[in-house]
Design a binder for this molecule. Structure first.
Ligand code: NAP
Ligand code: MN
Length: 271
């Protein structure tokens, strides 16, 4: 007997997303699929229902699953959420005919090293990492690219964004939009200080994906804790030493159905 094909659904918690999720479940079950809300590792497709935040949470919940993702938008336009509610039926038809492209979205990896020699912690992000002080005081960070000292940053925070995350927090902070399949990542300062005492770069730098970026906490910050924000989720540390960032060896994939949607979405969302 042939096994049923499986679809994972990841709705966010609002009423509309839950109701759309039931409709999507029904449409796939009618076509002979099995639907799971439990992150089934044997599924063929992960469907996220909600806004871009719902996509981010599904990617983390699945621990960066290599099953392709697709997003159904229940809010305003989204960068990860390509399918609009009136197009759900059409999306399922095109999916069954394999009429889509598979895009790889690169992730960023952070290796967090502590001053007491305890084991480094490793995290992945789809949008970005942010390094700041936990009490909102100025943070002082040495910035090195492939071991070359670039600057001593002083300001609110440093933000390190993937290409697909470049339209999120990075964009609000004045960073550039990087097309989501470009190889590399972006370092963007948040409120960098420029005075006689401090000189920090005011603009973003795009770093090639084979390079490592090191961000090291300076001694003047030893009294305050540091926070690493991973796609919007905060982790606080009292003995952070340095973090090495690079393009992760892991990635995720996303189905795209409408080729022009990226640029239309940028115009629609920002202009
Ligand atoms: P949220 O507070 O609901 O998200 C903030 C906004 O960012 C939402 O409008 C969200 O879209 C949008 N967004 C998320 N990823 C995006 C992307 N790749 N491109 C364009 N817009 C994107 O929190 P959330 O939904 O959990 O999202 C977490 C993200 O919020 C973080 O990764 C960070 O990028 C962003 N953020 C932005 C700022 C800022 O711009 N000043 C500050 C903090 C965090 P939806 O409404 O569709 O979810
Ligand atoms: Mn959100």
């Amino acid at each position: 007997m042939q096994h049923k094909k499986i679809i994972n659904l990841y709705p966010n918690n609002n009423h509309k997303s839950l109701s759309i999720s039931l409709q999507v479940q029904d449409k796939f079950e009618t076509r002979g699929f099995q639907v799971s809300y439990e992150n089934n590792p044997n599924a063929d497709l992960n469907i996220c229902i909600g806004g871009d935040g719902a996509f981010l949470r599904a990617v983390h919940k699945s621990d960066f699953s290599n099953i392709p993702f697709v997003g159904i938008n229940t809010g305003h336009l989204g960068f990860y959420q390509e399918i609009l509610i009136p197009n759900i039926e059409n999306f399922i038809d095109e999916y069954l005919k394999s009429n889509y492209e598979i895009e790889t979205l690169d992730l960023l990896e952070a290796r967090v090293h502590f001053s007491d020699d305890s084991e480094a912690l490793i995290f992945n992000a789809l949008n970005e990492f942010v390094v700041k002080s936990s009490d909102s005081s100025i943070i002082h960070l040495d910035v090195l690219i492939d071991n070359n000292h670039l600057e001593t940053f002083a300001g609110d925070a440093l933000l390190i964004s993937t290409p697909s995350g470049s339209t999120a927090y990075n964009f609000s902070a004045g960073g550039s939009i990087l097309y989501r399949s470009l190889k590399g990542y972006q370092l963007t300062p948040l409120a960098p200080i420029n005075s006689k005492a401090y000189r920090s770069l005011l603009n973003s730098i795009v770093i090639p994906s084979m390079s490592t970026l090191r961000v090291k906490v300076r001694n003047e910050d030893s009294d305050s804790n540091s926070t690493l924000i991973i796609d919007g989720m905060s982790n606080e540390y009292d003995n952070l030493n340095y973090i090495d960032f690079k393009t992760s060896t892991k990635s995720i994939s996303k189905l795209t159905f409408y080729k022009d949607w990226y640029w239309l979405n940028i115009k629609d969302k920002f202009l």
